[in-house]
Design a protein around this ligand. Structure first.
Ligand SMILES: Cc1cc2nc3c(=O)[nH]c(=O)nc-3n(C[C@H](O)[C@H](O)[C@H](O)COP(=O)(O)O)c2cc1C
Length: 190
């Protein structure tokens, strides 16, 4: 795909199914990720791949964390939380390991991790996969982070749901309308 077509056609996949990205294709996604701009060569990027029956384990973990945050949460909510990771065949947790007090400001380290995360989204699209970037409360829950092998103070940028895009889903969740790009732009008059 032409690089500009890639950028101009990216959108989130609202329904994902098998086939999952192959190992070779995941590798290309991670190679794209580490092309992100990185002030000070801090390599703040961390990625955790979750596939197969480990997705159900992630669901358990997310439901346990939800119950810890709110012991009165309903069983319905727990069931829904547990099922979330099953919505895609592969999940990549993209995180930033931020060096506190470094001369490179923390926001720049996070910006680099966000750029790496978007590179995965774009590489997935280039390779013909669908992708959806999600966060929610689990992304900010230290018990989730440590269970995934991250540090409690790592920043989870997102849970990237990856697979084959199988449709646009319910009308209410059709792809987001695009703003007129120029509405976001001013030309500085000096
Ligand atoms: C950091 C970040 C976190 C997000 N978290 C969620 C989320 O938890 N749930 C959700 O439905 N969309 C989430 N989104 C938005 C979707 O990934 C997506 O961008 C949005 O639905 C618009 O669709 P589009 O990507 O086709 O423009 C998040 C986006 C970003 C950048």
């Amino acid at each position: 795909m032409d690089a500009l077509d890639l950028l101009l056609t990216r959108e989130s996949a609202l329904k994902l199914d098998a086939p999952a990205p192959s190992e070779a294709d995941l590798d290309k996604m991670f190679q794209s990720a580490v092309r992100a701009p990185d002030h000070g060569r801090l390599r703040p990027w961390r990625f955790v791949v979750i596939e197969g029956d480990k997705r159900a384990r992630l669901g358990d973990l997310m439901a346990d964390a939800m119950r810890n945050r709110d012991p009165n949460v309903s069983e319905d909510m727990l069931v829904r939380e547990r099922a979330k990771p099953l919505r895609a065949p592969t999940i990549v947790v993209a995180a930033a390991r931020v060096q506190k007090g470094h001369r490179i400001p923390e926001c720049e380290q996070i910006a680099s991790a966000a750029a790496a995360t978007q590179n995965i989204m774009l590489a997935a699209h280039a390779l013909g996969y669908g992708a959806m970037w999600k966060t929610g409360e689990p992304a900010y829950d230290p018990t989730v982070k440590t269970a995934l092998g991250l540090n409690a103070d790592d920043e989870i940028m997102g849970f990237l749901y990856l697979g084959t895009n199988t449709g646009t889903g319910a009308p209410a969740s059709r792809p987001a309308p695009r703003p007129a790009a120029r509405d976001q732009v001013t030309v500085w008059a000096g």
